[in-house]
Design a protein. Structure first.
Ligand code: F6P
Length: 322
């Protein structure tokens, strides 16, 4: 394999640049040329490609976002859109393509891999951590730490005013960010899409805690499929139990910033592993990390199967909700 391409797709995630850097370094060491596709799948469709040299990847390991840019590309999900993308791959004579993204990206990548002769290898990059086939995705740890910092700050003012706070975090349809940041931030409760909690149950839980002498509390709410829903929950809790509360929606702040050391390490390991996989003739897979080991998963499984929340962590959250 002499020429490979790399694309970042879907929501950007801190660590994507560290991953581009690692993959490009190792490609050069194996005598390969590396082409960066700009603006995600949209750039692949429009032929927005630039060759990466060693200077392109200098001083990017610490940068959030993605130097290549990204997009959500509905056009890529049409056969016509993919046909244009395949033309770009052919024009640049790419034999391999590394996709860094989430389950939506891999859905498109699976079809692309079946339709063209190019070997496609995926790497999990999303703050949501909702990709089957890896314990953690690139960007998750940074997002959790960002949410945690915010929770710590909110705790100061919550305590001073003796207030209840609802902090809404991202996570798409999953509660990974909420569960991890909530436990680490000492929240009394995490409202996540995987577990349904009624307003009455939540009010009872909070009333019990306040009955024991609690004067302020933080509830972490996962955005689920309705960002901003924390406002509704706060209103209902206030109407039901009379708690005065405030809401803080963290939003896209969680997607930016310098990647943590953990994310940089994961990105570097996975970037190298993707190039090695291509060199070994692998295709149609995603490379992830499970139990500290590099693991390959058929790309189709990554979006067809669902990664479950850690049951032990859910138990821990309940145990410490006091
Ligand atoms: O997938 C990452 C993510 O940040 C989700 O947590 C969130 O629901 C979504 O992207 C927001 O997408 P957009 O930036 O397109 O509004």
């Amino acid at each position: 394999m002499k020429r490979i391409g790399i694309v970042t797709s879907g929501g950007d995630a801190p660590g994507m640049n560290a991953c581009i850097r690692a993959a490009t370094h190792i490609a050069f060491k194996n005598g390969m040329e590396m082409f960066g596709i700009e603006r995600g799948f949209n750039g692949l469709i429009r032929g927005e490609v630039r060759q990466l040299d060693r200077f392109c990847i200098e001083n990017i390991i610490h940068l959030g976002g993605t130097i290549l840019g990204t997009s959500r590309s509905p056009e890529f999900y049409s056969k016509e859109g993919r046909a244009k993308a395949i033309k770009t791959l052919e024009r640049y004579q790419m034999e391999g393509l590394i996709l860094i993204g989430g389950d939506g990206t891999f859905k498109g990548g699976t079809v692309l891999s079946e339709e063209c002769g190019v070997a496609v290898v995926g790497l999990p990059g999303t703050i949501d951590n909702d990709v089957y086939g890896t314990d953690y995705t690139i960007g998750f740890d940074t997002a959790v730490n960002c949410a945690l910092q915010a929770i710590d700050r909110i705790r100061d003012t919550a305590l001073s005013h003796e207030r209840l706070f609802f902090v809404e975090v991202m996570g798409h349809h999953t509660g990974f960010i909420a569960l991890h940041s909530g436990i680490a931030g000492g929240a009394v409760c995490m409202i996540i899409p995987e577990v349904s909690v009624s307003t009455e149950e939540l009010c009872k839980e909070l009333s019990d805690l306040y009955g024991k002498g609690k004067r302020s509390a933080i509830v972490v709410v996962a955005e689920g499929d309705q960002p901003g829903d924390a406002f509704r929950i706060a209103k209902e809790v206030s109407a039901c139990a009379g708690f005065e509360s405030r809401v803080c929606v963290l939003g896209h702040i969680q997607r930016g910033g310098a990647p943590t050391a953990k994310d940089r390490l994961l990105s570097s390991r996975l970037g190298v592993a993707a190039v090695i996989a291509l060199k070994e003739g692998k295709r149609g897979i995603m490379v992830g990390e499970i139990g500290g080991k590099i693991v390959e998963t058929p790309m189709q499984d990554t979006w067809e199967k669902h990664k479950k929340l850690d049951v032990e962590l859910q138990e821990l959250a309940k145990l410490l909700a006091d």
